[in-house]
Ligand binder design. Structure first.
Ligand code: GCO
Length: 449
């Protein structure tokens, strides 16, 4: 049986390596009545979108329980908290700030700073205001400029109080899952839609970096990208080619514009009618210098070539899987980080998300989630191994502080360190939370020696 601990070895992580926890607005906040609708509110109302027919109207009721949640953060002993600002909570349709909404985040940030925590703010974790979707959402180029305007106002107000801003969280999910596969809000489909939405998201990122630099010159500015490293199903030339294609289409589509100022070569496999419209100068706007990139890692993808000569993801049928059906492969995390380091001129990295949904059972106020502890153990080791091979990684955020609304999976999947009883909103420390805290305590002890 796995030990109930995440061993901390001071040689593994340098002294100013940051440990944190992460959440996002729609997944935890609730209190829908106090903000405008987002595309997720409307998506959840449609049939067959969310596996348990739930929504984020209440979620973890964080807007009312934020102080209790800050206490959890403090009791865990983490250095940093990563959360997102809900655009429809802080902005009005006329382009003015919603003062009540912004006051919530100002108080949250001030409280965290008073407790000595570093604050990582995500400006877009997928909850686009519905009034913008009504005008075409991310298919409308204007949305990129609206995003920059919103970021400018937030940047002016929160300024350098925030240690690090990230513009977008996983544009892959917002663009591809939301506008191409239709399994996330707003539920649109088609390659052209997916590619166009993705391009406008990247443009929005570039424009936002420019305004944030003006208003928050001392804060670090970055973006969060996710990658599922790809492996071929067989060693056939076709499967190897499919792996390359899949990686480029799903993930490097978002990384290459940032670091190489271009889309990967898979763009040539698209018909002219499927290619995004790109205006002169867009790629230069997107490729703004970054202080860091946040990497989210959960699992790998296995690819094969289908009869149409396009890539297909082969779902894992056996092996070590999480509740999401995601294969647990920490070595793939190391390999991905080292490959990125070798192939790109990278800014420093943070692991902005890593974690696992497990079949948690609350028994006598306790959740014995050894499986999650093992996941954290092996992935922290994977991060360390990448650092040993020269990758500059400055911190690690566990996903997530709390069980929360897992998008199309509703509340059926639990990723939290802390268990949430949704009927009462009571929070319970899982064994993994205790293990994470104990690791952080032993770190403090070892640095004081
Ligand atoms: C993501 C998001 C999170 C998810 C988490 C688990 O990476 O998809 O940032 O909002 O909840 O990743 O799927």
């Amino acid at each position: 049986m796995t030990k109930l601990a995440i061993p901390y070895d001071s040689k593994m992580f340098h002294q100013d390596f940051i440990f944190g926890v992460a959440t996002s607005s729609y997944q935890i906040e609730g209190d829908r009545a106090s903000r405008l609708d987002s595309i997720w509110d409307i998506f959840c109302q449609q049939e067959n979108t969310i596996s348990d027919q739930t929504n984020g109207d209440v979620a973890c009721d964080h807007i009312n329980r934020w102080q209790e949640d800050v206490n959890l953060i403090c009791d865990l002993g983490v250095d940093a908290y990563r959360f997102s600002i809900s655009w429809p909570r802080v902005m009005q349709e006329n382009g003015q700030v919603n003062e009540t909404g912004l006051a919530f985040y100002e108080l949250l940030i001030d409280t965290l700073k008073m407790q000595g925590k570093k604050v990582f703010v995500t400006l877009y974790h997928w909850d686009l205001p519905q009034y913008l979707e009504n005008k075409g959402g991310w298919l409308n180029r204007q949305t990129a400029y609206d995003f920059a305007d919103y970021c400018a106002l937030i940047g002016q107000r929160l300024g350098n109080k925030v240690d690090a801003y990230t513009t977008l969280n996983e544009p892959f999910c917002a663009g591809y899952l939301g506008y191409e596969l239709g399994i996330h809000a707003p539920g649109l489909t088609g390659k052209k839609n997916g590619r166009q939405a993705s391009h406008h998201l990247m443009l929005a990122h570039g424009l936002a970096v420019q305004v944030l630099r003006q208003h928050c010159p001392e804060a670090d500015i970055g973006i969060v990208i996710n990658i599922h490293p790809g492996y071929p199903l067989s060693q056939s030339a076709d499967d190897i080619a499919a792996t390359q294609m899949g990686g480029e289409y799903l993930f490097y589509w978002y990384l290459d514009p940032l670091l190489k100022q271009s889309y990967p070569s898979v763009i040539e496999h698209l018909n002219a009618s499927e290619q995004p419209d790109i205006l002169p100068g867009d790629m230069a706007i997107i490729a703004q210098p970054l202080d860091f990139i946040g990497m989210n890692y959960y699992t790998r993808n296995v690819y094969t070539m289908n009869a149409q000569g396009w890539f297909e993801i082969v779902p894992p049928s056996h092996g070590n899987l999480t509740e999401m059906g995601w294969e647990i492969v920490p070595e793939a995390m190391t390999e991905m980080l080292v490959t990125l380091h070798n192939e790109y001129d990278l800014p420093p990295l943070y692991i902005t998300e890593n974690g696992a949904a497990m079949p948690d059972k609350l028994e006598n106020k306790r959740v014995m989630d050894q499986n999650r502890i093992a996941y954290f153990q092996s992935h922290l080791l994977a991060v360390h191994n990448a650092m040993e091979q020269g990758v500059n990684i400055k911190g690690y955020f566990a996903w997530s502080l709390l069980d929360n609304f897992e998008w199309a999976e509703g509340f059926s999947k639990r990723f939290g360190l802390v268990y949430v009883d949704y009927a009462t909103q009571e929070r319970f420390w899982k064994d993994s939370a205790i293990a994470y805290r104990d690791m952080l305590t032993s770190r403090t002890l070892s640095t004081n020696e």
